[in-house]
Ligand binder design. Structure first.
Ligand SMILES: Cc1cc2nc3c(=O)[nH]c(=O)nc-3n(C[C@H](O)[C@H](O)[C@H](O)COP(=O)(O)OP(=O)(O)OC[C@H]3O[C@@H](n4cnc5c(N)ncnc54)[C@H](O)[C@@H]3O)c2cc1C
Length: 537
């Protein structure tokens, strides 16, 4: 039974990448009260702090929702694990920490498609105010924002070799892919401060905890929105075995991420009516786009054994102890390694104006299956290619009317054959990189997978390509009947609701999605504040 109801100006659901930014910006004004409800616990565990230890956090139920996708008809009906952070910082507490803004054209497409105000030029001030970095040029990079961005630890002899090999193939060296142009190869930029993960929970939310107008509740699982007609007036959440209602005077801001935000809307009677009726959920508001437009970056990895030392040799128990001790003392060394040491943004066809594939270079030979990382013995490297701006779309829907059950995730990775073809071209680029004299000199001779025909390669991609945990788009922002929020992040046809997380992306950004999630919340918090100053409609 619900007990005592509390009232706040704003309720932020989810303290992940976007929610942490949103809550901290909203409570900057002491006159505004803000409640944050996060289903997971605190982020203090060393696996979440030490960058290289994150592999151990993945697939741990304590930190990870551990979703399993439904069979994908475009990939031989395979299912796969979809890790999502269930902890302060959300997925940004278990992610690879590679910091990428995306291309200007990604956001310009958002604006052209009906999300007015979200072009890259309009977002640039928000990207700059979010970050503190010494990388790149003053006119485009931020120098004193909350999130620390540094160049990632680079494996000696390997990372530069990758960047040089790219240059051999006319992929230019780019010292700042978050600067004026994305194209090219360069050192990965990382969300790290003093060698430790700098998620937005660390950078924004935890420093804001001292403000008396901010309340953050962890292990608080929101089960549904409370609606009066078409106005969202609060949420019902479950904490310590009890159901509670929290009410808000202004907005509930959904920041539960691309899987849970549409799930919560549907559980509350907002979504495609046929889905809701099938499960006996009363339809409060018919919003057909909820859960549609699911996208992720299709990816495929190639590994090579190398005769140089790589992170594989740093992963033995003895070396882990040495590296861990070094990290404790100096905050430096291989323990600060993030998911990639270098990245490249590549045009796979000469007639393209913009990069269509991203490469991640890791000085580590690994396999990744079922959410678990497997390390090869001996030195090795992995280069994975992914489609920057995929066209295929899947969907998230409900399996049951209970908030305790996971939703159904239906990826359709290769629904558009163009994505399969783009990924195949990306794989060919990786093969050419491995085939440069620089890499042939150090590669250990053994049989590696190869594909004589494009058809063989396409088959291999259908059999093995995977998502890279960048789900987005399931509460699309824009205009038209399928849009779930308008360009001010207000729920279509609903009062008192905003959504601010990767679910609102109208189309995919070219790169890892954490920075884009944070910029949605940065600008979104300004929109909310602006609307407070307007007379009520
Ligand atoms: C394994 C992995 C590796 C990744 N690597 C990178 C990378 O290297 N670089 C990069 O830029 N991006 C990376 N990403 C993606 C990036 O972390 C996400 O795009 C980003 O965190 C999404 O932000 P969000 O705010 O939309 O959602 P999240 O950060 O997932 O936050 C959602 C929050 O809402 C909470 N929540 C959900 N449902 C409820 C509920 N009902 N009640 C209360 N709370 C709820 C969740 O527990 C979570 O804390 C990776 C992601 C994963 C999982």
């Amino acid at each position: 039974l619900a007990e005592k109801e509390e009232v706040f100006d704003y309720i932020v659901v989810g303290a992940g990448a976007a929610g942490s930014v949103m809550a901290s910006r909203l409570c900057e004004d002491a006159a505004r009260t803000v409640l944050v409800l996060e289903a997971g616990a605190g982020d203090g565990h060393p696996f979440l702090r030490i960058p290289a230890a994150v592999m151990r956090a993945l697939a741990t139920p304590r930190f990870d929702w551990g979703y399993q996708s439904e069979p994908d008809p475009t990939r031989q009906a395979r299912t796969e694990r979809w890790p999502r952070g269930k902890v302060l910082g959300g997925s940004a507490s278990i992610n690879g920490m590679v910091f990428v803004r995306g291309q200007a054209i990604d956001y310009d497409d958002w604006a052209r498609g009906g999300a007015s105000g979200w072009s890259y030029a309009e977002l640039l001030p928000f990207f700059r105010r979010m970050e503190a970095t010494s990388v790149g040029e003053d006119d485009v990079r931020g120098r004193d924002g909350p999130v620390s961005v540094v160049e990632a630890w680079a494996a000696p002899g390997l990372t530069e070799r990758f960047i040089d090999a790219c240059a051999d193939l006319q992929i230019p060296r780019n010292p700042d892919y978050n600067g004026h142009r994305q194209e090219g190869a360069g050192l990965a930029q990382a969300n790290l401060r003093h060698g430790a993960r700098d998620s937005s929970a660390r950078a924004y939310l935890i420093p804001a905890l001292r403000r008396p107008n901010l309340a953050v509740r962890t292990r608080a699982h929101v089960g549904r929105l409370v609606l009066e007609g078409r106005r969202v007036v609060g949420v019902e959440y479950h904490q310590g075995g009890r159901a509670r209602i929290a009410r808000c005077r202004r907005d509930v801001v959904l920041c539960a991420g691309a899987i849970a935000s549409p799930q919560l809307l549907m559980l509350s009677g907002v979504g495609p009516p046929q889905t809701l009726r099938r499960l006996g959920i009363p339809v409060v508001h018919d919003l057909a786009g909820v859960g549609e437009n699911l996208m992720d970056h299709p990816a495929f990895s190639l590994t090579r054994g190398v005769r140089l030392r790589s992170l594989n040799q740093e992963a033995t128990p003895v070396r882990q102890a040495v590296n861990g001790a070094r990290w404790l003392l100096t905050r430096k060394g291989p323990a600060t390694a993030i998911a990639a040491q270098a990245v490249a943004f590549v045009r796979t066809r000469a007639d393209l104006d913009h990069p269509d594939v991203q490469l991640h270079f890791a000085s580590l030979a690994y396999t990744f299956a079922d959410g678990k990382v497997g390390l090869e013995r001996g030195g090795g490297i992995t280069v994975s290619a992914n489609v920057s701006r995929p066209r295929s779309r899947g969907r998230v829907t409900l399996k049951s009317a209970s908030f305790r059950d996971p939703p159904a995730i239906h990826p359709a990775m290769f629904a558009e054959v163009a994505d399969l073809e783009t990924l195949a071209r990306g794989v060919r680029v990786v093969e050419r990189i491995f085939d440069t004299a620089r890499f042939r000199q150090i590669t250990v001779d053994r049989p590696y997978p190869s594909w004589a025909s494009e058809r063989d390669l396409h088959d291999a991609l259908r059999a093995e390509a995977n998502v890279i945990y960048h789900p987005a788009g399931t509460c699309r922002m824009g205009a038209g009947p399928d849009a779930v929020v308008d360009a001010r992040l207000r729920g279509q046809g609903l009062a008192g609701l905003r959504i601010a997380d990767t679910s609102v992306f109208p189309s995919m950004v070219s790169g890892n999605t954490n920075a884009a999630a944070m910029v949605v919340a940065e600008r979104g918090s300004d929109l909310i504040k602006e609307d407070e100053r307007r007379p009520a409609a």
